[in-house]
Design a protein around this ligand. Structure first.
Ligand code: ATP
Ligand code: MG
Length: 424
């Protein structure tokens, strides 16, 4: 036998027993974002490498060590998208959608990052992203966060997640804070973990994120970001909080929350859960007023977030929050013996679907004897089995078996589609 080729490490197949959860989640998200007026945008999985270098930032973890970058046959450097925001900005700006107008957009699809695969962390993973352009005031930050809270409510997750909120101010405020932080931390350099030592030069803000105990204890007496936040950023942050409070969206302020991407400023937030181990963040985002201009467009305020579908699916499964209606199940299984009955079974199946396409109607294909076909019906776990043989065709009837009780009765073939739809 030929050697089987395996999937790439960290890139998962979504098998039929899982895909129904994905469909349920995607449908719920589509309904929620639509009700807030967000329209879907789709853009390619591959972009020019420069888009992410410039967009996400050269010194971020993503660009430094996580991108799938390759030269195409023309020698052009391309990258499998590690996130959606930069692509979304590129696509919307290229189409002229950002010029002097507001946009509410969302997208879904695979992202690629070369990380160490573990539960809730993969190399191909999927995000749903929501982005709002052209609005600089705090009410749109609040709208996005409220939208996400509504989604959790709809999914039954609201009581299992916590909203962490922070403001990281304007670029100039962050620069002043960074300088003070670097100055302070340099004095304790040998007590910092290796990553943080490196970040002291490349991306000092990320040191606040470090999980390392020694680094965290050094940070206890470090300068505080909140002391560097100016009036405008503070007013923006307070307005956001006032709206969230009025909407009963609970949150906690986490002054250490900085996010890993360079483009954020002012608002940043994460929804975290205690049910997924260290992959605790299910949704993260913030304001990125500088990005459109940084990518060559006209300065446009923007705010957005992305959620990880795999982590959401894991969370829904862990908490048993997947409704029965979201699970795949067969309503009717039709078996037929003989050529005439086979044709009649087609007509019957189509008539049932004609009345209600929401029903799952399975026809046994390829004939076979009654006993074997009944075994298949059992295995399908259908609620009803409809049985057609030559005798039934001759009398214009079919047998309907209720698989939960075993009861079986004869029904006029012409009445059967309506009858079964009423029963289901
Ligand atoms: P983390 O701190 O967990 O690495 P991040 O800050 O890199 O997350 P973002 O780039 O903000 O994450 O992406 C938003 C969301 O996408 C995350 O909150 C998470 O739910 C999901 N996500 C990010 N990276 C992965 C991954 N490698 N595998 C699965 N989901 C991911
Ligand atoms: Mg990451």
């Amino acid at each position: 036998m030929a050697r089987k080729i395996q999937a790439i490490r960290g890139m998962n197949d979504i098998l039929p027993d899982q895909s129904s959860v994905w469909l349920y989640l995607e449908k719920t998200v589509a309904d929620v974002v639509k009700s807030y007026g967000y329209q879907q945008i789709r853009f390619p999985i591959v972009e020019n490498t420069d888009l992410f270098k410039r967009g996400v930032g050269e010194t971020t973890d993503i660009v430094e060590k996580e991108m799938y970058t390759f030269d195409d046959r023309n020698g052009e450097s391309l990258t499998l998208r590690p996130e959606g925001t930069a692509s979304c900005v590129r696509a919307a700006d290229q189409a002229g959608l950002l010029f002097n107008q507001t946009q509410r957009l969302w997208y879904t699809g695979p992202m690629f990052r070369y990380e160490r695969p573990q539960k809730g962390r993969y190399r191909q993973f999927h995000q749903i992203g929501v982005e709002a352009f052209g609005m600089g005031s705090a009410d749109i930050d609040a709208e996005l966060i409220t939208l996400s809270a509504r989604l959790w409510k709809k999914l039954g997750l609201l009581e299992h997640v916590e909203l962490q909120l922070n403001t990281i101010g304007l670029a100039s405020e962050r620069e002043a804070f960074k300088a003070a932080l670097v100055e302070y931390l340099t004095g304790f350099k040998d007590q910092l973990d290796e990553d943080s030592q490196r970040r002291l030069v490349s991306n000092p803000l990320r040191i606040l994120d470090s999980k390392d105990e020694s680094t965290q204890s050094v940070l206890k007496n470090a300068p505080n970001l909140e002391d560097f936040i100016g009036e405008e950023s503070q007013a923006h942050f307070e307005r956001l909080q006032a709206i969230l409070k009025a909407n009963n969206v609970p949150y906690v302020i986490n002054h250490r929350l900085v996010r890993g991407l360079d483009y954020y400023g002012k608002t940043v937030f994460e929804w975290v859960t205690s049910h997924l181990g260290s992959q605790a963040t299910i949704c993260a985002g913030g304001r990125y007023d500088g990005l459109v201009e940084q990518l060559g467009g006209k300065a446009t305020p923007a705010v957005g977030f992305a959620m990880g579908i795999e982590r959401l699916v894991l969370l829904l499964e862990t908490l048993s929050l997947i409704p029965d209606t979201a699970k795949f199940s067969t309503d009717v299984f039709i078996i037929s013996m003989g050529d005439d009955a086979e044709i009649a079974s087609f007509v019957l199946a189509e008539s049932i679907r004609e009345i209600d396409l929401g029903r799952v109607v399975l026809r046994h294909c390829g004939g076979g004897n009654f006993k074997n076909q009944m075994k298949k019906a059992d295995k399908s776990e259908a609620r009803f089995t409809m049985i057609l043989g030559q005798d039934e065709i001759d009398s214009g009837v079919c047998q309907i078996k209720d698989m939960s009780t075993g009861e079986q009765h004869t029904c006029l073939l012409a009445d059967a589609p309506t009858y079964i739809n009423e029963k289901l």
